[in-house]
Structure formats: C-alpha cells, structure tokens
Design a protein. Structure first.
Lengths: 227, 457
C-alpha cells in the first residue's frame, strides 16, 4: 500500500484517478490547487506525489521546486497536457522524477506510480538481483538461470531490457516505460516492436525451463516475477 | 504632446545635463581669461607709473624740491592721462594736477586704485578711475604719481558684458536645440510605441513600424522590430493552419466514434453488448489519442523554434534497426543496417529524426511481404530505407506524404496514415528532402526506397 497525493485541479480526472488507485489498495489524498498541494505535501508521509503541470495559484513546476528547496525528496510524477520534449525536460529539471502526458491510460499511471515508489528502496541500486532462480550480476553483465549461464548470451540492449524489468520485479512495466528506459524513445515505434523484443528475451531466459519468469500482462505490459 | 511632456523626455534631460556641464567649463575658462588679461593690463600701467615715479624721485634727490616742482608742473602741462600730486611737510599742495589727496589714499609705498573728478577736453567734470603709487621723499615731501585707467575699466566691462552675452546665447541656443532634438526623438519613439499599441488593440500583426530611410539607430530598431513582427505573423499563421488541420483531421474519427456509440444505445440494453461496445470504444479512443499526438508532433515539427542538437545519424539508424529487428524477424523479413561512407554532420531534433526514421522502417517492414528484405543505409547524403515490397507508383509519391493518405492496397493494414507525413515534416524541419523512388527499378515488384537527404550545410 502506498500513500499517494494527487494535486490536480480538474476534479473529475482527480476523482477517477483517486478511485482507481484506492481500488488498488492505496491511500490517496487530493488537492485542488498548487498552494494547497504544497502545504499537504510538506506535511510529509507520502510515497509518491502526482502533480499536474498547470495548476491554479501555484503551478506544478514551482510547487516541485519549492518542495525540493525545502529538502523533500518524495518522488514526483508530473501529469500534463503539455507533451513536448522541451516541457518534459523542464519538468525533470524542476525536480520531477517522471513525466506522463495526458490523456493517459490508467494502467500506465498505476505502473509508473508503483515504479516510482520503488525508487526509494535500494533494489534498483543493487549490483546483484535474483528473481526465482534467475540471477543477474550487473557489474559482470552476466545472467544465470538455475545456476548456469544462459545458453544464448544476451545482447547489450537485451541485458538492459532485463535489468529494467528486474529493477521493477513483481510489478508491471509498461511498453512506454520500457521504450523510455531501455531505448530512450518517447514515441510509438510501431506495431509489435516491444512485444517482439520481449519474445526474443523470453526465448533466451525462459525457454526450456518449467516455470516462466517473464509474464505478459494483457493490454498493459510485462512483469518479471517467480510466480 | 504637451510641452511639459517634452521636458520629461530623456533627450531633454540629457540636454540639460550637457548644458550644465558646458556652462561650468565655459565659466571657468572665461574666468581664467579675464583675470589673465586684467593682470597684463595692470602690469603695464604699474610699469609706467613705477618708471615715472623712479625718475621723479631721482630728480628730487639730485636737484631738490624746487626742480621737482618745476618738472611736475611741466609734465602736468602735456601729460593728459597722468596724475601728479606733490605736498610739502605740512601737507600743502606744492605741485600737480590733483587738488588734494584722494580719500582712499593714505599709506605711502603702496598701490592705490581710486576715483577722481576731473574735466577733460572741455567736458563737464566727472568721475575717472586711476591707479597711483605714493612715495615719501626726504624733507617731508610726499609724491603721488598716477595713471588714468579708464580704458582698462572700460575693457574690463566690455569683456564681462561680452562673456555674459555669449554665454547666455549659447545656453539659449542649446536649450532650443535640445527641445528640437527631444521633440524629434520623441516623435520617432512614439511611432514605434503607436505601432505596438495598435497591434495590441486590434491584434493585426500585419502592421509595421515606419522606417524613415535615414539609416540611423531608430531605423535599425524599426527594422529588427519589423523582422520580429514578420516572424510572429508567420508563426501565427502556421499555427492557425495547424489548428484548423488538427480540428479537421480529428472530426472524422470523432464522428465515427459518436455514430457507433449512438448505434449501441439505440440497440437492446444488454450488458454484454454494452461491454463489447465500450471495449471497442476504449481501443478507438486510444488510437485517437495516438493520432492526435502524431498530429501534434507534425504540427510542432512544422512550426516553432528548432533546438539544434548534434545528431548521430549512424548511431540512430543502428539503434532503430536493432529495435525493429525482432518484429521484422517475426514477419520473416530480414532487416539490416549498413554504413556506406561518412554520414553528414547535422544539427536538429534527434527525437524527431528518430521518430521519422522509425516510421520509415516500420512502414517498410509492414508493406514488405514475408521473406523480403529491408535495408537501412546511412551515407554521405543522409539515410535511406529500401524494401522489397510492392513500391509506390510515381504518380502517388507526392500524395502519400499528405496526412491520412493511405493507398488502397494498404487499407487493411494497421496504421493511421500519418507515418510518412511525419517523416516529411521532420525533413522540412531539417531542411532535408524526403525522396521516394524505386528500390530496384528492374525488378518486379520494384520495391520502395525512401531517403532522407540532407543538403550540405
């Protein structure tokens, strides 16, 4: 369960989003303008802040800048109708951790919130990650399954793909998150591209083993987990 | 414009400062000139008096009072501009053309300036100015020798009057010039101001600031303002066009969505049918969102400033081929990357170029039948994507670059008809050309080759 603060002036979007996240078991608070949002955020205790870029009274960028200036490092996901590259860079420069353009699919938002909340945990920084009988040694860039090296070694991008999935092990990682984090791409590259990449990775890590680790979550993305 | 407004202009204030500085320097210079010339005149008259005094004193020492009196009397006869007074030990006048000691002359051995009354050339007596030296002679005699300094006084007065008049004239002329210059500057600034105000009032960006043709800094200012206005006008027009296009382009899918939802509502109220319709609607809305985003990307590529980052075309091509390879392989298509010479050095938007190139690769993979080949080649002129698909007839090549144009044989394939349009917009943004040609003109089918050719910079 995560403590989430949504700062969003459009009440309907805020209500749907909060409802969806509550149904996932999270505790959600909402604020309707920037000033109120900053006050609530400064009280602390949140795992993730979801902040709209354009807010009345205090815009999202200023809110996050002020928050960071006060020493608060809570992960921030910017929501915005301004989707261009320059705006995304501005948002990240202000201290945001991720950026999601409106309109978005709820599953995308949920996956990103969960990914952000895990940033606080050191898991992403660990040099060795184990998922079931899959071991990833990041420094040597080696992968073992059931104690043995993979029959077909991974290419650099495939290793990175596995790394990103492993950093979020047990959680859903969406296609756009993979595109951003593995290929640094923020557009849709076309039909099946990510699915085919995943199939190839799956063939290398799961083929020939009884228990698959790389799962497809229909319509949303992928999940690396022992079950 | 009221006169008080003119006094508040910065040009007029500068004029005042300039005049004040000028006045101070002119006054100091004049003062110096005045005292220098005065001293020279004074020196001259004192020389004359001193020489004469010395001669008379010597005469007295040699020949005694009687002879002195005689010589003084003689000189009085012909020296019109000289003054003499000799008195004996009792203070009685012994000789000279002054009747008594002037009031201000008391001490001997000193210089005295004083006024005296005297008649010249038959005119009635009036006050004259004189400078004199007084000496005590042995035997109780006292001698005053003086010189009329009327000319010196007159000259002094003329210098002062002339100086004051010249200074006053200069100040007046400066003030007048300052007012004229201020008015002129003010007018030209107001011309710029007026244009800005009008544009703000009616939003008519076709207005321009008047250029006088004098080629001065105001013309420079007006020219660069006009250039800025022209640029803004152009961008506004482009933006308007883009907005119109986007609105037009989205109307069709929205209408389709609307029609479907109404159709479901008219049908029987069954949860299953509703759910089915809703699922299709969500999928369609997502597609609509993609379309919308692509339209925005095209619009952004066509307007606004371009961030100029160095673009590594070869790296871009290689990465994208690697990204698309698995999906191409699934369709039984061989996708390969080749470097044929040194790629051009370009600056631009790497993300936009990546998206454009990705679209070209995706299209090639999509339209090439199973077992075909797609090659991405980076060379000196840019990057080219060639496939072994059906190709595009020369007559259609221009048309497929427009938004939403899909040729009949491809209608059954997924896609929104925006891929090539975006690539074309990216090409425009980078001053590059998007060239469509046959990949293998002698083969059947000829395949398609789409190349992004950068003009040498």
């Amino acid at each position: 369960m995560l403590n989430i603060l949504i700062v969003e002036d459009e009440s309907e979007t805020a209500a749907y989003t909060a409802k969806g996240l509550r149904e996932e078991g999270h505790r959600v608070e909402t604020a309707g303008n920037g000033r109120a949002g900053l006050e609530v955020a400064l009280e602390g205790g949140f795992d993730v802040l979801v902040v709209d870029r354009m807010l009345p009274e205090l815009d999202g960028l200023t809110l996050v800048r002020d928050l960071r200036a006060a020493g608060d490092r809570t992960p921030v996901l910017f929501l915005t109708a301004l989707g261009s590259v320059g705006n995304r860079v501005k948002g990240l420069d202000a201290g945001g951790d991720d950026y999601l353009a409106k309109p978005f699919a709820f599953a995308e938002l949920r996956a990103r919130i969960e990914a952000l909340s895990r940033r606080r945990a050191p898991a992403a920084a660990e040099t060795d990650i184990a998922i079931g009988d899959l071991e990833i040694h990041r420094l040597e860039r080696r992968v073992y399954r059931a104690g043995k090296p993979l029959p077909v070694p991974l290419k650099p991008k495939e290793f990175r793909l596995l790394e990103v999935l492993a950093e979020h092990a047990g959680r859903v990682v969406t296609r756009t998150m993979l595109l951003e984090q593995v290929w640094d791409i923020r557009f849709d590259p076309g039909t099946n591209v990510i699915d085919a990449q995943i199939s190839r990775l799956r063939a290398k890590i799961d083929k020939g083993f009884d228990r698959p680790l790389l799962h497809t979550v229909r319509g949303v993305g992928y999940r690396l987990a022992p079950d | 414009m009221r006169p008080t407004d003119l006094l508040r202009t910065s040009a007029f204030r500068l004029t005042l400062v300039y005049l004040a500085v000028l006045a101070v320097f002119a006054f100091v210079g004049f003062r110096y000139l005045y005292s220098e010339s005065l001293e020279a005149l004074q020196f001259e008259s004192r020389q004359t008096v001193a020489a004469e005094m010395e001669g008379l004193a010597e005469h007295y020492r040699q020949f005694g009072p009687r002879q002195l009196r005689a010589i003084v009397d003689r000189r009085v006869g012909y020296e019109d501009r000289s003054l003499y007074l000799l008195t004996d030990r009792w203070g009685r006048k012994a000789a000279g053309n002054l009747d008594a000691w002037p009031d201000t002359v008391r001490e001997s051995g000193e210089w005295h300036d004083f006024h005296y009354r005297r008649a010249h050339d038959g005119e009635p007596p009036h006050l004259h100015s004189a400078r004199a030296f007084v000496t005590d002679l042995p035997g109780g005699f006292r001698l005053l020798v003086g010189h009329d300094i009327g000319e010196e006084v007159a000259l002094r007065r003329r210098i002062v009057v002339f100086g004051a008049a010249a200074g006053g004239l200069i100040l007046l002329a400066g003030l007048a010039a300052g007012l004229l210059v201020s008015r002129d500057l003010r007018r030209r600034v107001e011309a710029v101001d007026e244009t800005g105000r009008r544009i703000m009032e009616d939003g008519d960006l076709s207005r321009r600031v008047q250029v006088t043709g004098r080629g001065d800094e105001f013309d420079d200012l007006a020219t660069s303002l006009n250039r800025m206005l022209a640029r803004i006008e152009l961008l506004m027009n482009e933006l308007r066009e883009v907005t119109d296009n986007v609105a037009h382009d989205l109307r069709r899918p929205l209408a389709r969505l609307h029609a479907r939802l109404e159709d479901v509502l008219r049908g029987p109220a069954e949860a299953g049918a509703y759910r089915d319709a809703l699922e299709r609607t969500v999928a369609e809305v997502r597609e609509l969102m993609d379309t919308f985003n692509t339209l925005l990307a095209i619009a952004r590529a066509d307007s606004g400033p371009a961030p100029t980052l160095p673009v590594d075309l070869a790296g871009l091509g290689e990465d994208l081929v690697e990204l698309h390879q698995p999906s191409a392989a699934e369709r039984g298509i061989e996708l390969e990357f080749a470097k044929d010479g040194r790629p051009p050095e370009i600056e631009g938007q790497p993300e936009l170029l990546a998206q454009a190139l990705s679209n070209l690769i995706d299209n090639a993979v999509k339209y090439t039948p199973e077992g075909g080949r797609v090659s991405v080649t980076v060379g000196p002129s840019g990057v080219a994507v060639a496939d072994s698909g059906p190709g595009i007839a020369p007559d259609d090549r221009e048309r497929v670059l427009e938004r939403f144009v899909r040729l009949d044989p491809s209608r059954h394939l997924p896609g929104n008809g925006l891929g090539l349009a975006l690539a074309a917009a990216a090409a425009r943004r980078h001053n590059a050309r998007l060239v469509l040609s046959d990949a293998a003109p002698d083969d059947r089918p000829p395949g398609l080759r789409v190349s992004l050719e950068f003009s040498p910079s």
